[in-house]
Design a binder for this molecule. Structure first.
Ligand SMILES: [Ca+2]
Length: 307
């Protein structure tokens, strides 16, 4: 039986989420539903990107707009978080959480219906992989609408968290930092399995210069899009492109490349000082955490699927 797939994403034009969507469709693992969330941009922008991208690939996949803000978002939360973010170094990537981003901190539109649509899909599906590529706000909301018996048929994959070094603060990765309360809900729910693919491994595979030069010449929608990106935003002769973070989780979910996985229990900190930091305790069989990957096998598999 082919398992269903839902992708929850904060895609922007040709970022790593978009790469992951190109990969999944190219690999024949077409999502039945895409839900979008704030993070790299707004949930609404991500939905537009996901629609355009999947149309370009010849698929008409339902795309539902989701949360524009984290789960816990009262005045006090917002002001404390804004203060904490203001004190971070200026070169930290904060995307929609940047304090200069009015739509996020001010009066942005209401959340879309993604959580309810995800819950309805999971209710009906016999077995589904839910691939979380952004903050997990929509998924936490969907979890709250479902019985344990429904959740226990499904597998959650989360691209994010950092076991050692974060990319927003010294301890926190972006997706975990953006909504640690939602991540706590998701980690504590009755999924058949939860697999976490942390920053520690998602930073490893990189598209080298040779791969980029080959892929951009491929007569595929991704090849054309990458060629366009290369023309608009050149890397400079001696640099590869950035890591392909979310692609790593997508490739591992696909099962064609294996990885080293540790069993244990993951917990996430929600208080401001250590917001989004995760701790992994071994000796439990609660969560699977990917601790090592074959970076070149992942890049090769990606290239095959999108070329
Ligand atoms: Ca993402």
């Amino acid at each position: 039986m082919v398992r269903d797939l839902v992708v929850d994403t904060d895609a922007t034009e040709l970022n790593d989420d978009a790469f992951a969507l190109y990969y999944l469709v190219g690999a024949g693992r077409v999502p039945s539903l895409i839900t979008t969330v704030f993070g790299n941009s707004t949930a609404r922008v991500s939905a537009r990107v996901a629609r355009e991208l999947t149309h370009a690939l010849g698929h008409s996949i339902p795309v539902a707009v989701g949360a524009e803000r984290p789960l816990r978002w009262d005045d006090q939360q917002r002001e404390e978080l804004r203060k904490a973010i203001t004190s971070l170094p200026a070169d930290i990537y904060l995307a929609s959480l940047n304090v200069a981003n009015d739509p996020f901190w001010g009066e942005s539109p209401d959340d879309g219906p993604a959580a309810a649509e995800l819950a309805a899909f999971l209710e009906a599906s016999p077995a589904c992989d839910v691939l979380a590529l952004g903050p997990v706000t929509n998924i936490a909301r969907a979890v709250a609408m479902l019985d344990s018996a429904v959740l226990s048929r499904h597998h959650l994959w989360f691209s994010g968290g950092a076991l050692h070094t974060g990319n927003v603060t010294g301890v926190a990765e972006f997706n975990a930092f953006a909504d640690p309360d939602a991540l706590r809900v998701c980690l504590g729910s009755a999924w058949a399995r939860v697999t976490v693919v942390p920053l520690d491994v998602t930073v490893e595979p990189r598209l080298g210069i040779a791969e980029v030069e080959r892929i951009r010449r491929a007569p595929t929608p991704f090849g054309k899009a990458l060629d366009d990106l290369e023309s608009r935003s050149p890397r400079g002769a001696a640099r590869d492109r950035e890591p392909i973070w979310d692609v790593v989780a997508a490739v591992l979910l696909d099962g064609s490349v294996s990885a080293t996985v540790g069993q244990g229990r993951l917990t996430v900190q929600t208080e401001l000082a250590r917001r989004g930091s995760i701790k992994f305790a071994t000796g439990f069989d609660v969560h699977d955490v990917v601790t090592a990957v074959d970076a070149s096998a992942i890049v090769l598999r990606f290239e095959e699927a999108v070329s």
